[in-house]
Write a protein of this length. Sequence first.
Length: 143
Amino acid sequence: MELCEIKLAANVAVKVGGRILQKYLANQFCIWQHTGVDRRVGFTILVVEDDHDSRVSLRQILEAEGYCVLSTIHGSEAMTLLKRDPTPNAVLLDLNLPTQSGQNFIDSKMQDAALRSIPIILLRKPIDFKKLLGELQTVFKSE
């Protein structure tokens, strides 16, 4: 599978399994266009993972499930992404990060009253994607 890394661009094409999906950011929702059908998804997930293969796999699976995904390898950049509009609804966090540990990221996030309520799910290797998707559904049911 081929995947274009999403930066904070407004228009991104992603090729997954031979199909091309166009992603647009509009009105604080991601709108996927595929074969003429639009699907709005109101949940954005921030993935903070330094392992490239894990990060790409997470992105592919989450986007296939309809989530909007932001990703970074650094805790400091993750803090910047958390403060953007719209704010991500959840964070998937690897504790072993370069430049800033996952624990330092959590401490920084908890010091900011506006970010304190954003849930964090810790990533453990090997990643159990089925369990992770279940945890996300549980988190988003409570919102």
